[in-house]
Design a protein around this ligand. Structure first.
Ligand code: FAD
Length: 544
């Protein structure tokens, strides 16, 4: 099979143009091509009014070697890489017959834990999945109760419960992590089998939105259970059971029940603060990790579309426009847009009472009135707050509590017009941009709920962003605070074998352990740790 990349066609091209362009690139007749498929479709919007679709296509045709030889040296025409996932090979009957075999335990049913459990189940290792929250449909009711009625359920919310933190999200499914083994493809294939639209396999920036994620998570659970896995909801792991060598012997749940296990995958996400505290007290190695904090900003989506797509704004194939902005302040701090959600809403994302946290979500259609994104500032552990592993959590909690108070102490969030923020005066009312945050916002000053250096960095960055994207000059744009859960404030380091550096049998994984940032990278990390567990049970890598 041959892969041809960088095939550029006008936005409104007819379907037949693809095959013709492919044949032209290869120097053959369209009829010579037996089969072809789209591997990737992105767009190049650098020239306003002249947006091109950019395709990568795979095809089969006779005498591929001769064609490849003819185009040798052309980086756009190469043999198509093998992307089929090869699991670790294991002699399951022999393993299960061993007296010391205990089923692996996966803590957390977010993208990392789900994918780890799926891979273990597909290999025949019958994982036990412990999830502190509720099944996804029940969890949805609790999550909406915060948004609609200001009622927070600490064990069941945007962060906790089946599906993990990304369930009520924009469902962006792309990552910039290095993926030489095409693990991302395995994740996307599984998502499609679970009900995601097939287009996620080829769009350069795929997303699925919230409603589909809910049913996908349920389908993945059904598959894991069918392959011998066991789900336990309402099951918070409150202690690791360790022997004298600090080796994992099992876990203890909140109700005191003990589950013996020699292999525990820790996929608890970045908001499991109580779990981090417990692991630290038990002596599990961990260290502070840089993260970022800031605000969510909202603009009318129509302005962003016009900025990015010019006269072609509104094209169905382009959808709602996104953006990515970066600024380095004079004192060297990075300020950047984070988790941008086109046509979405800003959501209340706290998991703890008395705190306010923002994030963003959308539906598949991305049809809401506003675009939103985090505008966040890099922090330096040991400089901005103490360097001990849990100091980042204390720092987050402090500013989340300040935001709760500034919002009115009832889960409304503090909000400010950009013009007022730049002039360092509190907002007394909001303007043309209606904030989407529920249960509501309080116009005020954001200076009381962010460190001075963070406000200063955002004040420096906004005019620079406005020079790149004119929507950012809108004085009525609304900033809602605070965005603190951008990534884990700590790392639980692991060795090449996937195990914690000082706690054998513990496999720290995903975002909470500092090995991922987003749905895709967390799910890919889940595959890696599941493989590490299988290798430790005596499995062999099928490739490489
Ligand atoms: P999590 O998804 O956080 O899952 C951890 C799970 O562990 C949770 O279900 C939790 O209940 C459980 N748990 C925690 N402690 C325990 C314990 N002690 N015992 C048992 N269970 C426990 N990323 C993207 O790539 N694209 C997006 O569009 C996107 N949008 C987002 C929108 C929102 C509102 C939020 C909050 C996040 C968004 N993210 C997005 C980030 C993404 O959700 C996370 O990066 C990803 O979910 C991390 O996966 P994870 O499996 O490592 O952890």
């Amino acid at each position: 099979m041959i892969r041809v990349s960088e095939i550029r066609l006008p936005l409104e091209h007819v379907p037949e143009a693809l095959l013709e362009a492919l044949a032209q690139h290869l120097g053959v007749e369209p009829g010579d091509i037996h089969h072809w498929s789209v591997v990737r479709r992105g767009y190049d919007a650098r020239k306003r009014g002249r947006i091109f679709l950019v395709y990568t296509l795979d095809c089969t045709l006779p005498d591929e070697d001769a064609i490849l030889a003819k185009h040798a040296g052309n980086p756009q025409i190469r043999p198509a890489p093998e992307t089929t996932y090869e699991p670790v090979a294991l002699d399951i009957p022999a393993l299960v017959a061993r007296q010391d075999f205990q089923r692996p335990v996966v803590i957390g049913a977010g993208p990392c834990g789900l994918m780890a459990a799926l891979i273990l189940a597909q290999m025949g290792l019958k994982p036990i999945i412990l999830e502190r929250g509720k099944p996804v449909r029940e969890r949805t009711v609790d999550t909406f109760a915060l948004w609609r009625k200001s009622e927070l359920t600490p064990e069941s919310n945007v962060q906790f419960g089946e599906g993990g933190a990304g369930t009520f999200s924009d469902g962006k499914l792309y990552t910039r992590v290095n993926d030489a083994r095409h693990l991302g493809r395995k994740v996307l294939d599984e998502f499609v089998r679970a009900g995601a639209p097939e287009e996620i396999l080829y769009l350069s920036k795929p997303h699925i939105g919230t409603f589909r994620l809910v049913s996908m998570v349920e389908h993945m659970r059904e598959e894991i259970v069918a392959a011998g896995g066991t789900y336990r909801f309402y099951s918070r792991m409150d202690q690791l059971i360790l022997d004298e060598q600090h080796k994992v012997r099992g876990v203890r749940l909140a109700d005191g029940e003990e589950i013996p296990a020699t292999h525990v995958i820790l996929a608890v996400g970045h908001s499991a603060r109580d779990t981090f505290e417990m692991l630290h007290a038990e002596g599990v190695a961990m260290e502070a990790k840089p993260f970022s904090i800031g605000v969510r900003i909202e603009h009318p989506q129509s302005l962003i579309d016009a900025d990015q797509f010019g006269p072609q704004a509104g094209s169905k194939i382009l959808g709602a426009a996104d953006y990515k902005l970066v600024h380095r302040t004079e004192d060297g701090r990075g300020v950047y847009s984070f988790c941008m959600c086109p046509g979405g809403t800003v959501v209340a994302a706290t998991s703890e009472p008395g705190r306010v946290v923002t994030n963003g979500m959308s539906q598949y259609s991305r049809a809401e009135r506003n675009a939103n994104a985090g505008i966040v500032v890099e922090l330096r552990p040991g400089v901005d707050y103490p360097a001990d592993p849990l100091a980042g959590v204390a720092f987050q909690r402090h500013w989340e509590s300040r935001a709760f108070i500034a919002g009115g102490s009832d889960y409304r969030a503090p909000a400010q017009r950009v013009e007022d923020f730049l002039a360092a005066r509190p907002s007394t009312h909001l303007g043309s941009v209606v904030p989407s945050y529920r249960p509501g916002v309080t116009p005020t000053s954001l200076d009381s709920c962010l460190p001075d250096f963070v406000c200063a960095a955002i004040r420096e960055a906004l005019p620079s962003f406005a020079r790149k994207l004119s929507s950012f000059a809108l004085g009525d744009a609304v900033m809602t605070g605070v965005e603190t859960r951008t990534s884990s404030p700590l790392q639980i380091p692991r060795g090449d074998d996937g195990e914690s550096l000082n706690t054998p049998g513990l496999y720290p994984a995903g975002e909470g352990a500092g090995y991922a940032g987003g749905i895709m990278s967390a799910a890919m990390d889940g595959i890696r740790v599941a493989e590490a567990v299988a290798l430790s049970f005596g499995g062999r890598k099928a490739v490489g």
